[in-house]
Design a protein around this ligand. Structure first.
Ligand SMILES: [Zn+2]
Length: 354
């Protein structure tokens, strides 16, 4: 494990074609029952193996046991009716048929803890586990019970905190909450979004992260990005709030994005997972391109707090492309690691015990 510039992926990896149809979100499983349980576990092991082989430092499960990063968590909760579906506009961007909240939401048992244990068994490296954030969860549901987005978000935050504590006990080093909705609902982020996120992370000894992005490389997201103009300043709303929050790490999108690089300065003091790999393109970055993106952010984040990463999950890509991008990420980080490891700023940071 590299102490400096440790690499990680945001979360998802493509699934093997024997498990689910590739290059598709919400892709139906090809197995069922005990075979599905065995298949997802095998896929998790492959995902770990591919990250280790590529040289990724902080290892994830590749979300191989989940059909979707939000829906699968919600499927395990009480109070949500998956038969009763409504079409809603997700993140103000695209319509999707989603389940309905029909009663008090509850978590009767662990959702991912067995999977996290399986991940823990496969590697001695630090492991990271992603959960949906409260705001992104409510944005993927139709509510007939609470009548208030905020109220439902607080309920989910409590449930997420229970799950996160069990993941921590299973040996997870970094618990990440995915909040792409933070790039859309700015008033809610300010009024209760960050507070409910902190509630989800309350009392954890594991490090906590929040991932905010411009989404998977699907058409609805690419069309939306085309409307955002030459500068994407959405992070300007959430970063100052997150800088003052209890969350340890912020995961953001950078490579090929129009996010002005200086916005990262708004997070000074936090650890920053910088997206140095574009997930909306099949073109595999060269290590030098990854290195250039990382060098570019160094004026705005202390080198000892820079965590090279991907822009978002890689579920919709082919396995070959995802593999190539992980190799490029590790190799690009290695270039910059060699450049900064002798510099005064790092030595000074080390002397400060950071
Ligand atoms: Zn993302």
């Amino acid at each position: 494990m590299n102490a400096l510039l440790p690499t990680s992926i945001v979360g998802s990896l493509p699934k093997p074609s024997w498990l689910a149809e590739p290059e598709k979100l919400w892709s139906p499983w090809k197995l069922e029952g005990a075979e599905l349980a065995e298949g997802t576990r095998d896929a998790l092991r492959l995902a770990v193996d591919e990250q280790l082989h590529a040289g990724i430092d902080i290892v994830s499960d590749g979300e191989q046991t989940r059909q979707h990063f939000v829906t699968t968590f919600i499927e395990h909760l009480g109070g949500v009716d998956f038969e009763r579906r409504e079409t809603v506009r997700i993140r103000d961007r695209y319509d999707a048929s989603v389940p309905t909240v029909v009663g008090a939401v509850t978590r009767e048992r662990s959702v991912f803890v067995d999977d996290a244990r399986a991940l823990r068994e496969r590697t001695d490296r630090p492991i990271k586990w992603a959960l949906p954030g409260p705001m992104t969860m409510i944005d993927t549901l139709y509510d007939r019970h609470y009548g208030s987005r905020e109220k439902l978000a607080w309920e989910f935050a409590t449930i997420l905190n229970q799950e996160a504590r069990e993941l921590e006990a299973a040996g997870v080093d970094i618990i990440q909450f995915d909040e792409p909705a933070f790039n859309v609902f700015f008033d809610d982020v300010r009024d209760w979004g960050v507070a409910t996120l902190e509630r989800a992370a309350e009392g954890l000894r594991s490090e906590t992260a929040v991932h905010i992005c411009y989404g998977y490389g699907i058409k609805a997201n690419n069309d939306w990005k085309a409307t955002l103009g030459s500068e994407w300043r959405q992070y300007e709303e959430s970063f100052p709030l997150l800088q003052r929050s209890t969350i340890d790490i912020v995961s953001l999108e950078r490579h090929h994005s129009r996010v002005p690089v200086e916005l990262i300065e708004l997070l000074r003091g936090k650890k920053v997972m910088v997206g140095a790999v574009d997930v909306a393109s099949d073109a595999i970055e060269t290590p030098e391109q990854v290195a250039a993106t990382l060098r570019d952010v160094l004026p705005f984040v202390d080198a000892d707090r820079l965590y090279p990463s991907t822009n978002c999950g890689m579920a919709p890509l082919t396995r070959d492309v995802a593999r190539g991008k992980m190799v490029a990420l590790a190799a690009g980080a290695e270039i910059v690691r060699a450049e900064v490891s002798g510099t005064d700023s790092v030595l000074a940071a080390a002397q400060h015990g950071r």
